[in-house]
Ligand binder design. Structure first.
Ligand code: ZN
Length: 361
């Protein structure tokens, strides 16, 4: 058996090649959706790639999504490809189907950004754009959260403002203000966009083409990184404790399940997520959805990386003398490239998928 370390890619292009090779070795076809307007950091085209194992008409289905947050795709892609290499296709229970969606936000993956080509957070993008949710706290703190000037003096002022907000309202209130999602500052962070993203449109298309709208039972794992202790894991449910969907998640993943709506999770309650959208799309389906969130670096490191990357793209240019350091920092913030981290998160990913396969059998 190969080491988990080898399943994780060095970049988007290698991730895609590995995914294709693993599908081919398992005799699985891949459907590719070409990004219509963007190229990768290597100047080559970008794709969302999908493979399906099992009968399309199956009433019980499972969906694994990687790269919703671009740069977090190293993790999800590594899990998808590694499991395929280790015989996942043979482990899908008879009469059920498994849809594997690789790199929902290939632009962010290739360019090492959490957001997409429009600086939009794909997992905040599923809202009614005629009437998007408000986020007054973000509006009040916008310049301090995502500064247009990252000189040490300007950062000092920005950080003092955030500390004051946190002292008055609590640290979690600050986290919520920052990360809940906002629809007013296109040059800011956790911006949900101004229109349905290409990734959103393609996700819906995958649901149509792979007949996920027809499933009676659907289990979804969306792979994320960046929140929590380094190498730790949480299965984030957006269902409230006490609901059937929450109970189903608990029965599958046990104590790892934490409700963001119920205040159990490291994550704040969020706007415009894929979880909420799918629940709306499939209102007659027995849906169990969890984001597998694995920890990377500490919160301050991750936040600093996001702000600097945002600044680089909104206010500077790729040839800025600090660009390479900023890009390296954001990659590390969402993908600590160490053997120990990979060993730990591989175990979380494998465990989550194995438990889900057992549940749909
Ligand atoms: Zn994420």
């Amino acid at each position: 058996m190969s080491s988990p370390n080898e399943h994780f890619p060095a970049d988007y292009r290698q991730a895609r090649a590995n995914f294709f090779a693993a599908c081919e070795a398992a005799d699985l076809g891949v459907t590719s959706r070409l990004h219509p307007g963007q190229m990768g950091a290597d100047g080559k085209p970008l794709f969302i790639d999908v493979t399906t194992i099992g009968p399309r008409e199956a009433a019980s289905a499972m969906l694994l999504i990687s790269g919703t947050h671009g740069v977090e795709g190293y993790f999800g892609s590594g899990i998808q490809t590694g499991l395929l290499r280790e015989g996942l296709a043979q482990k899908v229970p008879e009469g059920t189907k498994l849809v594997i969606l690789h790199a929902l936000n290939p632009f962010g993956f290739s360019w090492n950004r959490r957001v997409n080509e429009d600086n939009a957070d794909v997992n905040r993008n599923f809202v009614d754009f005629a009437n998007p949710p408000g986020n007054d706290a973000y509006d009040a703190l916008a310049e301090a959260i995502a500064p247009s000037d990252i000189s040490p003096d300007a950062m000092k002022v920005a950080n003092a403002k955030l500390r004051a907000y946190s002292a008055k309202n609590g640290a979690f209130a600050l986290q919520e203000a920052i990360s809940k999602g906002q629809y007013t500052h296109a040059e800011g962070i956790y911006f949900g966009g101004m229109r349905p993203s290409w990734s959103q449109t393609m996700l819906k298309d995958v649901f149509i083409e792979e007949k996920l709208f027809d499933a009676e039972r659907l289990l979804v794992i969306d792979f994320h990184t960046g929140l929590g202790d380094c190498g730790g894991a949480e299965m984030i449910s957006e269902e409230l404790p006490g609901t059937p969907a929450y109970a189903r998640a608990k029965a599958i993943w046990g104590t790892r399940v934490a409700s963001s709506e119920g205040g159990e999770s490291l994550s704040a309650s969020l706007s415009g997520t894929i979880d909420k959208a799918v629940a709306q799309w499939l209102d007659r389906t027995e849906l169990t959805f969890a984001a597998l969130e694995v920890g990377t670096e500490d919160t301050r490191f991750v936040f600093d990386a996001l702000r600097r990357d945002n600044w680089l793209h909104a206010y500077a240019s790729a040839d800025h003398p600090d660009a390479a350091a900023i890009k390296s920092k954001i990659r590390t913030a969402f993908y600590p490239d160490t053997k120990e981290w990979k060993r730990r998160v591989w175990a979380h990913g494998e465990e989550a998928v194995v438990a889900a396969l057992k549940a749909i059998a």
